[in-house]
Design a protein around this ligand. Structure first.
Ligand code: FES
Length: 322
C-alpha cells in the first residue's frame, strides 16, 4: 500500500480526452514509479499555488502514469478550470498517490455507489473487485448518460454487475431500497454528491448496520446549495476578504495571510474548523466531520469545504480562528 508521506513530483500531461460532457480524462506521466492502490488520490498544485485533490481513476502498469477525471465546474476560477486548460506536453506538480480511502479486500459482499464525478474514486475499486472475483454490485448514478464519465468502458468491463441509474431515464436511485438490500456482511463504498451520501448514511444508521462497513470519499462532492461568492471577516485579526464561488474559505483565508491549520482539505479531519460568530446567510456544511446536531447549531464549520449562501447572494460570515 502507498504510504501517506506527501511526496511532490513533476508530471507531464500525455493525453487529454473527453470522458463525458464537461469531464476531461487527463493522463499524467510521473517522475516516480508508484504502486497505486484503489481509492488513492493525488494532490495537484494549480496555477495560483492552491492545491486540489483528484482520485486516481487508473494507473499505468509500470506505475509511472495516473489517469484522472476532472469535471469542469461552471463556477470554477481555480482547480477545474486549470485542469481543463492542460494540454499534452504541459508540466504540473503533483504528489505521489495518497491513500485515505482504502478498499478492504475479503468482505463477503460489496456495494459500490458512485454519484456523478464520484465515479473517479470508485472505478479503480470496481476494477480490483472484478479482478479478485469478489461479489460486488456497482451502482452508478447520474443526471443523464452523457454526463457520466467512463460509462462505456465501465459497461464493457463490469457487464451486469454495473447498474446505471440516469435520472432523465426515470431510473433514479431509491436509497432506501439500495441500503435495504444490504446485510451485515456487506461493505459499502461510496463517493458522490453530499445529498446522496447523506441519504445513504441516514438509511444506514436507520437500519443499524455496522458503521465500519460504510466507507466514503468526500472530495468532489457538491454542497446543499450552489456555491456563491461571500465575504468573510475576522474582527480579532482585522481581516476581511472575499471568497469566490470557485474558492474555498480556507484558501481565501490563507491568501489573506491568516495562519490556518488543515490536513485533509476535504471535510474529514476537522483540523480547519473555525468558530462562527455571525452570518446573514445559511451555512452550507459540506464536511463529514461534524455531527448533524453540530451542523444544525452551526457554531463551527470546516473552512476547507463549507461556505455561506444568502438568498440574494453575497452573504457575510464573521468568524474567529483557533
Ligand atoms: S482540512 Fe480536514 S476537514 Fe478541513
Amino acid at each position: 500500500m502507498t504510504d501517506n508521506k506527501i511526496t511532490w513530483q513533476r508530471g507531464r500531461i500525455t493525453s487529454v480526452a473527453a470522458a463525458a460532457d464537461a469531464i476531461a480524462e487527463i493522463v499524467i506521466a510521473t517522475e516516480r514509479a508508484d504502486r497505486v492502490a484503489p481509492g488513492a488520490h493525488v494532490d495537484v498544485r494549480i496555477d495560483d499555488g492552491d492545491i486540489r485533490s483528484y482520485s486516481v481513476v487508473s494507473a499505468g502498469a509500470d506505475g509511472r502514469s495516473v489517469t484522472l477525471g476532472v469535471r469542469l465546474s461552471p463556477t470554477s476560477r481555480g482547480g477545474s478550470r486549470f485542469m481543463h486548460s492542460l494540454r499534452p506536453g504541459d508540466e504540473i506538480e503533483l504528489t505521489a498517490p495518497i491513500q485515505n480511502f482504502p478498499l478492504r479486500v475479503g468482505a463477503a459482499r460489496y456495494v459500490l455507489l458512485a454519484g456523478g464525478i464520484g465515479i473517479t474514486a470508485m472505478a479503480a475499486m470496481a476494477a480490483v473487485l472484478r479482478r479478485v472475483g469478489a461479489d460486488y454490485r456497482f451502482v452508478y448514478v447520474g443526471r443523464r448518460r452523457s454526463d457520466m464519465a467512463f460509462l462505456s468502458e465501465l459497461v464493457a468491463t463490469h457487464g451486469d454487475r454495473l447498474e446505471v441509474r440516469a435520472d432523465d431515464e426515470g431510473h433514479g436511485l431509491d436509497v432506501a431500497s439500495l441500503v435495504g438490500d444490504v446485510d451485515t456482511h456487506t461493505e459499502m463504498y461510496m463517493c458522490g454528491p453530499i445529498r446522496l451520501m447523506d441519504a445513504v448514511r441516514r438509511a444506514w444508521l436507520d437500519r443499524e448496520l455496522p458503521l465500519p462497513n460504510l466507507r466514503y470519499e468526500t472530495f468532489g462532492n457538491s454542497g446543499w446549495f450552489e456555491a456563491e461568492d461571500f465575504v468573510v471577516t475576522i474582527p480579532r485579526l482585522d481581516v476581511t476578504t472575499s471568497v469566490g464561488a470557485g474558492d474555498s474559505l480556507l484558501g481565501a483565508l490563507e491568501r489573506a495571510g491568516v495562519d490556518m491549520m488543515f490536513d485533509c482539505r476535504k471535510g474529514e479531519c476537522g483540523l480547519c474548523q473555525v468558530d462562527v460568530l455571525e452570518t446573514d446567510g445559511t451555512i452550507d456544511h459540506r464536511d463529514v466531520f461534524f455531527s448533524e446536531t453540530q451542523k444544525a447549531q452551526s457554531e463551527k464549520l470546516c473552512s476547507c469545504v463549507s461556505r455561506v449562501v444568502h438568498p440574494r447572494g453575497g452573504g457575510r460570515l464573521v468568524l474567529d480562528v483557533p
